[in-house]
Design a protein around this ligand. Structure first.
Ligand SMILES: [Zn+2]
Length: 297
């Protein structure tokens, strides 16, 4: 039976111990997170072109900037847009929009609109993500932690007036819709003393792990301590003077059917939400597959 235990968690990262699973299962979970968990991202950008006058100072600004439109659109597209799966629809599933032609889709249930109105100054000024304003629900503002993401630089007389339209999509269509980074898993390992006498060579170096950390059978199975042991072993392993004498007196052994799975999100959703959505997507896929089988047989 599959069991999971959260080893560490922050808003945007999770480290989990999975038991009773195999690599194929975890890889499908990994791929689902990368490619299938829905996420909002900016898909269209409308720039207001022309010359604008600051009414107070009489200063003139022109919508002109160093980056090309495509580069600028790409930078905005990669921003983490807060995603609340229960409150929004894909445009082609939105009750109000699904029957419309693609160009005309977009309502408060399937689209988020942001605006920006920034002007440059002498010597150049970085335009950052916190300068974007959302039209509507304040929850959808770019999270404060990501407000300092630089988008472009505007110089004296330059201005950027633009609207941005974010929609929900999947990572398999474009990387901007992928909510995760660094999704990885590896076998859980235990430390094992193979030769007690020679193992002293490591403990005598006074690093992190001591002989007392191992149980009577010479096994170390505390996950955090195994991580420390992995570092310690670099002092007696390949490429060190002690390698030949130490000769694998302590080794790390894979634990069967147990894996450590870890990932981070880009801030568009919490790590926990991302995991829940991935399980939901996977369950939905297998249910559809079972229905197909039932019909075919
Ligand atoms: Zn809609």
């Amino acid at each position: 039976m599959t069991k999971l235990k959260v080893l560490s968690e922050t808003d945007t990262s999770l480290r989990i111990l999975f038991s009773g699973v195999n690599r194929a299962f975890l890889n499908s979970l990994r791929r689902t997170m990368i490619a299938d968990v829905p996420k909002f991202a900016i898909d269209q950008m409308r720039v207001e072109l022309g010359v604008f006058k600051n009414e107070e100072t009489g200063e003139l600004f022109e919508s002109n900037y160093a980056l090309s439109d495509e580069q600028l659109a790409h930078r905005f597209a990669m921003l983490p847009i807060p995603t609340f799966h229960d409150d929004f629809y894909f445009q082609d599933e939105c009750p109000d929009c699904k029957d419309m032609v693609v160009d005309q889709r977009g309502c408060p249930s399937c689209q988020i609109i942001y605006t920006i109105s920034s002007s440059g100054e002498d010597g150049g000024r970085s335009v950052v993500a916190s300068e974007m304003n959302v039209i509507g629900d304040r929850r959808l503002e770019i999270p404060e932690a990501y407000g300092s993401i630089p988008l472009t630089k505007l110089y004296d007389g330059q201005v950027l007036h633009a609207y941005f339209y974010a929609i929900m999509g999947r990572g398999r269509d474009h990387a901007k819709y992928s909510p995760v980074s660094g999704v990885t898993f590896y076998s859980r390992q235990n430390g094992k003393i193979n030769v007690k006498t020679r193992s002293k060579m490591l403990f005598d170096l006074n690093l992190n792990i001591t002989a007392k950390d191992f149980n009577k059978e010479g096994i170390l199975n505390d996950i955090d301590k195994v991580d420390l042991l992995r570092n310690d072993l670099n002092h007696v392993g390949s490429g060190t003077d002690l390698e030949a004498d130490f000769n694998d007196a302590i080794t790390l052994e894979d634990v069967e059917d147990e894996f450590i799975f870890q990932f981070e999100t880009d801030g568009s959703m919490t790590a926990r939400t991302c995991l829940e959505q991935a399980c939901k997507e996977l369950a939905g896929r297998f249910e559809a597959l079972s229905n197909d089988f039932a019909e075919a047989l």
